[in-house]
Each structure stands twice: as structure tokens, then as C-alpha cells.
Design a binder for this molecule. Structure first.
Ligand SMILES: C=CC1=C(C)c2cc3[nH]c(cc4nc(cc5[nH]c(cc1n2)c(C)c5CCC(=O)O)C(CCC(=O)O)=C4C)c(C)c3C=C
Ligand SMILES: [Fe+2]
Ligand SMILES: [Fe+2]
Length: 361
């Protein structure tokens, strides 16, 4: 009988009320229920050739959380125009930053490293009660495959952790949507919790602040301005209730407070504009050139919306945006790397996970 074979945690583990008194002797031994923790990032192409790029960008840009135009208008434009050209342009950008050793994108390499380090820490705290894994919203490893694998390993509860410090509908919301799409297809769903935005978590802010201090200490010339460059979104998303822009502004303010610098020494900008619509601004590429024209010779750029270095930081910030600053008369451009697998970052992720697991372990 399915009801007996699929015995619940309470029935297996606790004596007394929850136990099935009439369970047959041959009742199969089930593994002890565990808690799964899944780190989630945006995704990445499997390779940089035209078709791999087209498949990846097609999945990404067909997501209505990312581009929310009517399907009837957007799909012909996407399939017939954008996806004939963009895979070449983006493929070139990805090739310039590709991890040749592992033949994968840096975002994938770094996310795996974050997962391994977090897993070690959680194993120390909880032993084998917790399984840690990672997945991507687009491309591989897919959200569906990872959630199913964790469930097969006995995770009846899953903490789903989108690695975006600031909530954004094109990032956090679509990652969560994808997890729930898997749950919609399961007869026996695991219980699931999603981790909220963590841009104001003290441990995240401490790691961010330490990363700036370290980069400044190592810089050739002390930066006069720190440009906090976030991935942009269409301005309309903000008008329609997405708090992303406000979370970004607050992140800069909280970072400024911790660094103890005045308003002239730190700014918020937005990068990676896509399409003709108005996006939130100012645009990083324009602002850094303006700073150079205004006589700032030494600047630093940090990208607090990215938990791992990726094409948007390694190519766009460190190549395009740096070139724009230098071409306009700037002299030294200090890039503050993403928090990646730094110990203080993984410690912050652990602190957030422990907080969100309350009552589960
Ligand atoms: C088309 C609109 C886009 C919106 C809106 C958007 C929001 C958004 N994205 C991130 C984080 C990342 N984006 C990355 C790549 C990337 N983003 C877009 C488009 C939008 N993003 C494209 C087309 C691409 C692919 C690269 C390119 O062709 O330019 C990545 C990097 C992935 C990697 O593998 O390296 C990240 C991370 C945030 C935080 C955000 C706003 C909430
Ligand atoms: Fe993006
Ligand atoms: Fe970009």
C-alpha cells in the first residue's frame, strides 16, 4: 500500500503517536530524512560556440521574468533577429573569460567552489543531516535535476538559496519560480523554503567591506571614488513594484556607513543595459568616463549584485568599463572582485543558512 511504503519522517523516527502500529514486518528501510540546501545562480552556457550560446540565451531571454513583453511580439523578434546576432557577440565575451582548464564558465567554477566550502562548514555543524548542492536557473546543472537528486537522497526539506543579495524579479523570483515548477510535477513534494534578499545581513556587509579595504590596500594609487556598479533592470520594473533598485541603493548606503567615507567617495551606477527601453541609471560606462572628464584619475569599481565573478564583471567591468574610463583620461582602475569563495563570504552564507534553517535542524 503506497500510504505505508511512503512513511513520513514522524512515522519513522519518533516513537508513540506518529508511528504506524500496523506497519508490516517487511516495511522497507528508508534513509533518515535529511535537509537539502541548494545554492542557485543565474546560469551559463555549456560552451561558447554559436549553438550553445543560442540555446542558453534563448532560454534566458524567453523567460518573461527577464523580458516581460507579449510573447507574440517578443518571440519573433528574439528568434529571428536577436538570436541570430547576439550569440556571436556574447560568445566572444564568454571566450575572453572562459575557464580553459575546466572548460566551463567562471560562474560555474566559482559556484561549485562556494558549494564545496559551504558543504564542509555545514557538515561540521550538522553532520550528514544536511546535503548541500547547487543549480542554475538556465543551463546546467538544472534546477529540476538537482531538486530531484536531493529528494532521491532523502531530503524531505529543502532550503533554496538564490545567490542574489538584492531581490530582483529577473533573478530571485525566476529562480524560485523554477523550483516551484519542479514541485508542481512531483507527487510527493519536499517541503521548501526560499531564502530572502540578504543585502542588509551584517555578515554579507562585513565581507563586502573587507573586500573593498583589501583592494584599496593593494591598489597602485588610492581610489578617489568607489563606483558600486549593479546589473541594471528596465526602469518600468521598479515602477511596477520590483524593489531591486531600492535594495541596490541601500546596499551602497550600508557599505558607505561601514567604510566611513563621505558622499563624494562612493556612487551607485547600473550596467549591462539591454534593448531600447529606459533602464535604471546612471549607466556605469557613461559615469566612469564622466568621472575621468571631471578630473578623477583613480577609481575603483565593485559589483555587489554578483555573488560570483561572471561575464558581466570579468568582461564588461574589467574590459569595457575600464577601457571607457582610461579612454576618457583616467589613470588607474581598481577592480574589487566579487566575494566569490572568500572565507568571509562563505561564513556569511553559512550564517544566513543557519538562520533560515531555524526549526528544521
Ligand atoms: C534582458 C534583460 C536582462 C535583465 C533584466 C537582467 C537582469 C539581471 N541579471 C543579473 C545577473 C546576471 N546577468 C548575467 C548575464 C546576462 N544578463 C542578460 C540580460 C538581462 N539581465 C544577458 C543577455 C546576459 C548574458 C550575457 C550577455 O549576453 O550579455 C549574468 C552572468 C552569467 C554568466 O554566465 O556569466 C549574471 C550573474 C542581475 C543581478 C539582474 C538584475 C536583477
Ligand atoms: Fe543579467
Ligand atoms: Fe553584459
Amino acid at each position: 500500500m503506497p500510504a505505508l511504503e511512503h512513511s513520513s519522517d514522524a512515522e519513522r523516527d519518533s516513537p508513540g503517536e506518529g508511528r504506524l502500529r500496523h506497519a508490516p514486518a517487511e516495511h522497507p528501510a528508508l534513509p533518515r530524512a535529511k535537509v537539502g540546501v541548494v545554492l542557485v545562480n543565474l546560469g551559463t552556457p555549456d560552451a561558447t560556440d554559436y549553438w550553445s550560446m543560442r540555446r542558453y540565451l534563448g532560454e534566458f531571454l524567453s523567460d518573461r521574468r527577464v523580458v516581460d513583453y507579449s510573447r507574440w511580439l517578443w518571440q519573433p523578434l528574439l528568434q529571428l533577429v536577436i538570436l541570430t546576432r547576439r550569440p556571436f557577440i556574447s560568445g566572444k565575451a564568454y571566450r575572453s573569460i572562459w575557464n580553459q582548464e575546466r572548460d566551463e564558465s567562471p560562474l560555474l567554477t566559482i559556484t561549485r567552489e562556494q558549494t564545496e566550502k559551504l558543504s564542509e562548514r555545514l557538515e561540521t555543524a550538522y553532520g550528514d543531516q544536511v546535503e548541500v548542492d547547487f543549480c542554475m536557473r538556465y543551463g546546467n546543472p538544472s534546477t529540476d535535476s538537482v531538486l530531484r537528486r536531493l529528494q532521491a537522497r532523502g531530503c524531505e526539506r529543502i532550503l533554496f538559496f538564490p545567490l542574489y543579495p538584492q531581490y530582483g524579479s529577473p533573478t530571485t523570483a525566476t529562480a524560485n519560480d523554477q523550483a516551484f515548477r519542479t514541485l508542481m510535477r512531483l507527487k510527493w513534494q519536499p517541503a521548501i523554503r526560499t531564502v530572502p534578499a540578504y543585502y542588509r545581513h551584517p555578515a554579507y556587509l562585513e565581507a563586502l567591506t573587507a573586500s573593498v579595504r583589501e583592494a584599496y590596500a593593494a591598489a597602485e594609487s588610492t581610489p578617489e571614488v568607489l563606483v558600486a556598479s549593479y546589473h541594471g533592470v528596465p526602469k518600468r520594473y521598479l515602477d511596477e513594484g520590483d524593489p531591486y533598485y531600492c535594495h541596490c541603493r541601500q546596499t551602497t548606503r550600508l557599505l558607505q556607513e561601514r567604510l566611513g567615507v563621505d558622499d563624494a567617495a562612493i556612487e551607485t551606477t547600473f550596467q549591462s543595459k539591454f534593448g531600447p527601453e529606459e533602464w535604471v541609471g546612471p549607466a556605469t560606462v557613461e559615469r566612469v568616463a564622466e568621472l575621468a572628464r571631471q578630473g578623477r584619475r583613480h577609481i575603483a569599481v565593485i559589483s555587489p549584485a554578483f555573488s560570483a565573478d561572471c561575464v558581466e564583471t570579468l568582461e564588461e567591468v574589467q574590459q569595457e568599463i575600464r577601457d571607457a574610463f582610461l579612454a576618457a583620461g583616467g589613470e588607474t582602475f581598481t577592480y574589487v572582485p566579487c566575494l566569490n569563495a572568500r572565507d568571509d563570504h562563505v561564513a556569511a552564507l553559512e550564517a544566513i543558512v543557519r538562520q533560515e534553517l531555524a526549526g528544521w535542524l
